[in-house]
Design a protein around this ligand. Sequence first.
Ligand SMILES: [Zn+2]
Length: 696
Amino acid sequence: MSAAADAGQPLLAPWTAAHALPPFGQLEPAHYEPAILAAMQEHRAEIAALGAQAAEPGFDNTCAAFDRAGRRLAHTVAVFNTVCASATNEALQAVQRRLAAPLAAHHSAIHTDAAFFARLDALHARRATLGLDAAALRLLERQHLDFLRSGARLPEPQRRRHAELMQALAELHTRFGQNVLRDEADWQLPLPDAAAMAGLPAFVRAAARQAALERGLPGAVITLSRSLVVPFLTFSERADLREQAWRAWVGRGERDGATDNRPVVREILRLRHELAQLMGHACYADFALADTMAGTRERVDALLQAVWQRAVPRALADRRELEALRDAALPAQAGQPLAPWDWRYWAERVRRERYALDDAEIKPYFELGRVVQAAFACAGRLFGLRFERRDDLPVYHPDVVAYEVFDADGALRGVFLQDNFARAGKRSGAWMNALRWQARNTADGRPQTPVILNNNNFARGEAGSPTLLSLDDARTLFHEFGHGLHGLLSDVHWQRLSGTQVLRDFVELPSQIFEHWIGEPEVLREHARHWQTGEPIPDALIDRLQRARRFNQAFETVRYTASAMLDLALHARTEAEAPADLAAWEQGFLAEAGLPAGCGVNHRLVHFQHLFAGSSYAAGYYVYLWAEVLDADGYDAFTEAGGPFDAAVAERLRRHVYAAGNAVEPNAAFAAFRGRAPRLEPLLAKRGLLDEPVPA
Ligand SMILES: [Zn+2]
């Protein structure tokens, strides 16, 4: 053991586990703060030394050296962020609150370092004469832009104010996320008897019993985990209980008291507006969009409107159909508008009647382990990857499964960690992050292999029973796995340009395009096998799934698009103060936009983590739709070439999309893959919004 490990500081000691994985088994909440503070100091010293060099600034002693600096900090912070998101507790949350501002201050200090910036700026001014290859030039431009957007060129009082704003925002983002987590953890709906369980299929009952067990409660409970509350809203025959669950779900972050996110959101908006002004923009949306493919609000708005105008009439028509079924079944309610907690329930009834589809029939074919294997098999056929489970590698929680990932030639590509289950202390949603990026620019010249993590939030099957996924869950797993492949297949020299560190409206292309494969009949026939009998999913069921593919799509499209429009409008405000009554503003905006009653939105502002638990998706919730234009059109390349595993198309997809990171301009990367610029029609067709008459 080294001195640091002896001194009880395993994070500062060399990481000696296989693949230099973090010493997860030895980590305590108290280890993070001193390790991160020490690593920040080391990083500051590195940048100070780069700024003080006597040699003239050149690409190697400036850009390449900056790209190599701060690795220990990056790796330590990645571990910290990982446990805070996936396995947190009171002690970690306290550290997280304490470190939010210092980490933001550190980022500002590095990215406004005057001596270093002078060198970078000088280099940038003569970038065309440096003889750099395309990737190196892109690194220089990216670094320069990172500095500009961090306020490096602002005069002194404003530069200090910029740094203060970033620190205050980091604290508010942390508080916002912790409040949502607490509201989710604090609430449950007990299901004490058969009457409370009415309508629930066996898998929902089992998940509710498992949720009670994990919370140390008797019987069965519904929690606000999406994988539990959505099935409950879909199947429960008890409208009164659906209403309770729905109100708790949409009320996260809006309860009076310590977890109230309303003042947090207002303060975030006020500070973001000030930040935008400081940076010379009229509103925060303009500042955020300046560094995206879309570039302007007008281009985002045009896409959102193209989809919104087509989707709303369809959602209204769908609602009329649901109301008709409801009126026939419950004549006492005839004429009443469909309530938001009723939509999923009646949609499921229509789905069962019209397509003879029933989740209880589908789920046995989507056992979690088989879906994981299906994702690996697709990555194998497309890109030659092989995943080998390694139970001896260190992980941060017993739920995490580790794999070594190998290329077709047997070379190690990286390590993949997968954490699939919902549990207390884990943020809701699904996401990918990197514990270490792929890069070849390293201090010792040895390639840095990526360590990539996927988190999902599936409701675990009861003890002795398998975890069965819905088709939506399986799609989510494929989505995150697509992000994972973007990290694992990355093949770039510069760490700053590696993996998913692309423009944010490009980042959902590798994830969303990968979702297509789980819907392919060929993949389903091979991997969707009944967990008990091993029988493949019947062709007739695949047919019914295919026919029902667009069913209730307008509901999902409208909910998503409304959330994206809400985000954009909120961040496009030019008033210094946020709306005094957020809920009233939200409601007013949605009414004005014509949101069909009963439809709801994906996220209300008070728990919209994309926007307020960090800044990377603020004025950026539209990116899923933007990237869907690319993935829908991109996937058609396989169809046109004759099949979902066409080798030539797969090779282009790997080279220009999954491997390229941010080393290539995204429009150019897409064009190199597709052979032309993207078209909007495949997205509209995929969502059932093209050339199909709207039922009157
Ligand atoms: Zn994603």
